[in-house]
Design a binder for this molecule. Structure first.
Ligand code: MG
Length: 282
């Protein structure tokens, strides 16, 4: 019981401090919504650009697991985050294992509710296939293809929607061995219904091994590779990897980070977090 309560507290902390960031800068405080301002996003020369071909930075917040804290994923909270925090993207973390989508497919309804809210608010939304304890994305590859076929069919013409197809591969799962083959298949599934919306692919070691992805990139031109960091654990060595990956022309997206250490405990480590934010803004 103590373990259970402690786990819940830790997860709540994670949920509160977890945010989302992309690269380069441009958010206007005009009355136009983010999606009205930037429209369809794409990748150009390894950078995220908007419909006018101008570099754009997505900044926002990730939910925690919908199966635990889905109540906080709703139009009111998203509107407040947009208007008060200035977010232009929201990430919906739909766990696969841990009482997530695999055993409770109705969680997809919460994702649909979140997408509808994001569309009405003009906010970008990341649909996150949140593998974690299920460390290899191939474990539930069939379910991923079914899920993303439905999502791409529903939202393929919506500029709001971004697909994140494998949150954090881990446990010895490598880019070339497991992740890239999985991403090729799921990308084909998505692209049969949606030719262009952004796809984010997680990388090895809880989305830290972007250098492996940069060395053997996917053929899809609108794919970005995920880097995740927690400021109490991850510092300059991961920023160096971003520099390396970009030197190889790979588009990198930080779809999750936190001010704690990697377990969700400790901190907040604010100076290191600021160093990260300055780096990402640059
Ligand atoms: Mg599309």
């Amino acid at each position: 019981m103590w373990m259970r309560r402690n786990q819940i507290v830790r997860k709540l902390t994670l949920g509160v401090v977890t945010t989302v960031l992309g690269m380069s800068l441009s958010f206007s405080a005009l009355s136009a919504t983010p999606v009205e301002t930037h429209g369809q996003l794409s990748i150009e020369n390894g950078r995220l650009v908007d419909e006018q071909g101008k570099r754009v930075q997505l900044r926002g917040v990730s939910s925690h697991g919908l199966q635990w804290f889905g109540d906080y994923v709703n139009k009111d909270s998203m509107k407040w985050l947009r208007d008060d925090w200035g977010i232009n993207v929201f990430r919906v973390a739909m766990y696969t294992a841990a009482d997530g989508y695999i055993s409770n497919p109705s969680l997809a309804n919460k994702v649909k509710e979140a997408v509808a809210a994001a569309q009405s608010l003009g906010v970008y939304i990341i649909i996150d296939w949140h593998i974690l304890s299920d460390n290899d994305p191939n474990i539930y590859k069939a379910q991923a293809k079914t899920f993303f076929a439905e999502m791409a069919g529903l939202y393929g013409s919506s500029p709001n929607v971004i697909y994140e197809i494998a949150n954090e591969p881990n446990g010895g799962v490598t880019w070339n061995g497991q992740i890239r083959p999985y991403a090729l298949e799921v990308t084909d599934t998505i692209r049969s219904k949606d030719p262009d919306n952004l796809i984010i692919v997680g990388t090895g070691t809880w989305s830290q091994d972007i250098h492996d992805a940069a060395d053997n990139q996917l053929p899809d031109p609108n794919t970005m590779y995920a880097l995740h960091f927690y400021a109490g654990t991850h510092g300059q060595f991961l920023r160096d990897r971003i520099d390396y990956a970009q030197s190889r022309g790979a588009a990198i997206f930080v779809s999750e980070w936190g001010t704690s250490d990697a377990s969700g405990n400790g901190g907040p480590f604010l100076p290191e977090s600021q160093t990260w934010i300055d780096f990402l803004n640059n």
